[in-house]
Design a protein around this ligand. Structure first.
Ligand code: RET
Length: 255
């Protein structure tokens, strides 16, 4: 049963959704700063590149969250039979840049073949673009068709991570291969939650209200973006002594 949108809490600026978005901005900003500060002093070129990406990803999201919290880019989409549902497109702009960058992190980590990486990034961008089409469609059945198209493309992205990149990680040796399993699992589990959450949200089955949907995306965004940064800073596979610093800040020798 679809609840009446009139009963949903307000999503306008100053309402509960603004507070949730502001929390997201605070968490992502703190994460970006923390990753940037922790990575100062990295000498290895590959590690520097990875840390820069790891700090850039939550920074882009921070900009998007500030935009959303201040009411930028709010579009009311009249969904057939349900009335207007608000959409903040800055979220999709964020994902359009940050999901390819997350794939790039994984690619740099295992020294991936550029053509394969390019293919995965293209599929990823298509996934977000068609996800936006699903979100903007006003006819319910079209929304599910576009959701399915986006989800099929998502399966391609998962294939790239779980098959192609895993093979590249194995070729780099056991340490990289076992470190990559953690990155791969984080990606597989957390990314899969996005289409499921979309489906449960007000743009799909409407099992949760817009504010709850936003809170869920905040948690997922913080977990994926900060999670990968934390993992990178702790991982020996990154290839820089500063990746595994002791509590007093001194680098631990790598073998
Ligand atoms: C949508 C809805 C349509 C179906 C699919 C989706 C997938 C979204 C994904 C987003 C990942 C975001 C990340 C953000 C980073 O922090 C657009 C929700 C498949 C996988 C990882």
């Amino acid at each position: 049963m679809i609840p009446d949108p009139a009963t949903w809490p307000s999503t306008v600026v100053g309402g509960p959704e603004t507070a949730v978005l502001a929390c997201g901005a605070g968490l992502l900003g703190t994460g970006a700063l923390w990753i940037a500060l922790r990575s100062v002093g990295a000498t290895d070129e590959r590690a520097t590149r990875l840390y820069a990406l790891a700090a850039l990803i939550p920074s882009i999201a921070l900009a998007s969250y500030v935009a959303m919290a201040t009411g930028v880019g709010v579009v009311a989409v009249p969904i057939g039979g349900r009335g207007p549902v608000e959409l903040r497109w800055a979220r999709y702009a964020d994902w359009l840049f940050t999901t390819p960058l997350l794939l790039l992190v994984l690619g740099v980590l295992v020294d991936a073949d550029r053509d394969a990486l390019f293919g995965a990034v293209a599929a990823d961008a298509f996934m977000i673009a068609t996800g936006l089409v699903a979100t903007l469609s006003t006819v319910p059945v079209y929304r599910y068709v576009w959701w399915a198209v986006s989800t099929l493309t998502f399966l391609l992205v998962l294939y790239f991570v779980f098959v192609v990149l895993t093979a590249e990680a194995r070729a780099l040796g056991t340490e990289t291969a076992s470190a990559f399993v953690v990155f791969r699992t984080l990606t597989g589990v957390l990314w899969t939650a996005y289409p499921v959450w979309w489906l449960l949200g007000p743009r799909g089955l409407a099992a949760v209200t817009p504010v709850v949907e936003t809170a869920g995306f905040v948690l997922l965004d913080v977990a994926t973006k900060a999670g990968i940064g934390l993992l990178l800073l702790r991982s020996r596979a990154v290839g820089d002594g500063t990746a595994t610093t002791k509590s007093d800040g001194r680098p631990v020798a790598t073998e």
